[in-house]
Write a protein that binds this ligand. Structure first.
Ligand SMILES: Cc1cc2nc3c(=O)[nH]c(=O)nc-3n(C[C@H](O)[C@H](O)[C@H](O)COP(=O)(O)OP(=O)(O)OC[C@H]3O[C@@H](n4cnc5c(N)ncnc54)[C@H](O)[C@@H]3O)c2cc1C
Length: 443
């Protein structure tokens, strides 16, 4: 019985009519089979066909395109990699931090350029980004991150003081901000379905309602789906936060569920009261970040605040009443003039977390099989560029993209349950404790 995907996010719910493609039936043979129809899978299919127009490429999606994080996210195409630069530097070193930042800059530019080139209709606005400091501790944290990145050669990001920041976003909580013009906001359900359009126009096949339940590995791969099989020379696991359900890559990542709420459209008076005339994507500087943006029809969509963890194969952690309430309350804390505004939709979705909270692209066995996962809540832009990187890897081409350090970085393995649960709880408790410390004097 297919899951009702229209309930999985405001974006999927408000999309209008959508007709999924039929599933795989019978036996088909391709050069590359891609498991997972989100940004990663579709972008990889598009770039493969662009690079090798004769290549037979099929995307197999268990539900519908955008069923996973790609149809549910906040829609920020931004340069943040993993959690934050200081964490990346601590875990991977400074050179890798700046290399990752440049990769993400390129990724944001790619999203913008793809949208322009293919006239993608996803309500994209190139608004820029503000990382808001809401306590003195966060002022220091943002300065630290900014000094780190600029000392490594990053350009185009500046600190703006309290007055300037409040002239951009009129909130009594704001004490200054990281201001970065390189960021766009988009409607993710529209974006992912437009990626389906351009992947198909390039010649790739897309099958929906085609969950891959078994993979036989021999001279070729044979992928079983309920109504047919796909034989392929090469495969890609573009399964992100669902990857722990797949025996070949079960220990690379775990899912964590982040939640979102959305308001009714703001009136002109409400919009005037909160400033925000440049409509930047906003995040605060917590570990368990709040992220918020305006939609094309001037609703505020806000997410984050906490995450829900799942035990074993459970993927039903989308809804969390406590977090929804926190998000609604925090919207009013940030913008007291919006008191009484109605929230019209609540949803959540899984992000993919490696033990070091950074993305990983890697080989499974040999060069014929690859996986890509682990972008946590900052994957919209990178997954688009990862598609191009993965295309180069599958075509066995050495390029500047394939030499990025998180290709074949071999993430530390998550242990099996119940240790996995204990480890992820411990990590979450640490993130909470640090947020508490930074906010201990906040009213
Ligand atoms: C609520 C939320 C808010 C977010 N906000 C932002 C944001 O504002 N900015 C940002 O940069 N990032 C954000 N992210 C993260 C971002 O959405 C993800 O990093 C990105 O969408 C991952 O894309 P993907 O294609 O790798 O994975 P997904 O979109 O999750 O796609 C994986 C697909 O694989 C399919 N699948 C799984 N198993 C199988 C199988 N066996 N057979 C066939 N198909 C299978 C799934 O159904 C799914 O559709 C957010 C995520 C969430 C959940």
């Amino acid at each position: 019985m297919p899951i009702d995907y229209t309930q999985k996010s405001y974006w999927l719910n408000s999309y209008g009519s959508y007709t999924p493609n039929p599933p795989v039936t019978g036996d088909i043979t391709v050069d590359v089979a891609i498991i997972g129809g989100g940004f990663t899978g579709l972008s990889s299919a598009y770039f493969l066909r662009k690079a090798e127009p004769s290549m037979r490429v099929a995307v197999l999606e268990a539900e519908v395109i955008g069923f996973g994080a790609s149809g549910r996210n906040g829609g920020f195409a931004m340069t943040l990699f993993g959690l934050e630069p200081a964490v990346t530097a601590m875990l991977f070193g400074k050179q890798r931090t700046i290399d990752a930042h440049h990769y993400c800059e390129r990724a944001v530019d790619l999203v913008r350029d793809l949208i322009r080139e293919h006239d993608i209709q996803s309500d994209f606005e190139y608004t820029g980004f503000l990382r808001l400091a809401t306590t003195e501790g966060y002022v220091k944290r943002i300065h630290h991150d900014l000094e780190l990145l600029t000392s490594l050669g990053a350009t185009g990001i500046e600190w703006i003081d309290k007055d300037k920041a409040r002239s951009e976003v009129n909130s009594p909580l704001v004490l200054g901000a990281w201001s970065e013009p390189r960021c766009g906001i988009l409607n993710p359900a529209k974006q992912v379905r437009e990626l389906k359009r351009i992947a198909q126009a390039s010649g790739a096949s897309v099958y929906e309602y085609s969950p891959v339940s078994e993979i036989q590995r021999g001279a070729r791969f044979v992928l079983k789906t309920p109504q047919g099989t796909v034989t392929a020379d090469k495969i890609l696991f573009a399964t992100n936060a669902y990857s722990h359900l797949i025996p070949e890559i079960w220990n690379k990542q775990v899912p964590a569920f982040t939640h979102m709420v959305i308001t009714e459209p703001l009136t002109s008076a409400q919009l005037d009261s909160i400033g925000w005339q440049h409509r930047q994507g906003l995040e605060d500087a917590r570990n368990l970040v709040h992220y918020l943006r305006l939609t094309a029809d001037n609703r505020i969509a806000i997410g984050g605040s906490d995450v829900s963890l799942a035990f074993g194969s459970d993927m039903q952690r989308d809804m969390n009443e406590t977090t929804f309430e926190q998000l609604e309350n925090n919207t009013i804390k940030l913008f007291p003039t919006l008191k009484g505004i109605k929230f019209t939709y609540r949803w959540g979705g899984p992000v993919s977390v490696t033990l070091q909270m950074a993305p990983a692209i890697g080989m499974v066995g040999d060069q014929r099989a690859w996986y890509s996962l682990g972008c946590v809540g900052h994957g919209v832009a990178p997954t688009h560029l990862n598609g191009q990187t993965i295309s180069d890897l599958l075509l066995e081409r050495k390029t500047d993209l394939t030499s990025i350090w998180f290709v074949n970085r071999d993430p530390i393995a998550w242990p099996p349950e119940p240790l996995r649960w204990a480890a992820s709880q411990a990590l979450l408790t640490y993130l909470h404790a640090e947020d508490w410390w930074y906010e201990r004097n906040m009213k």
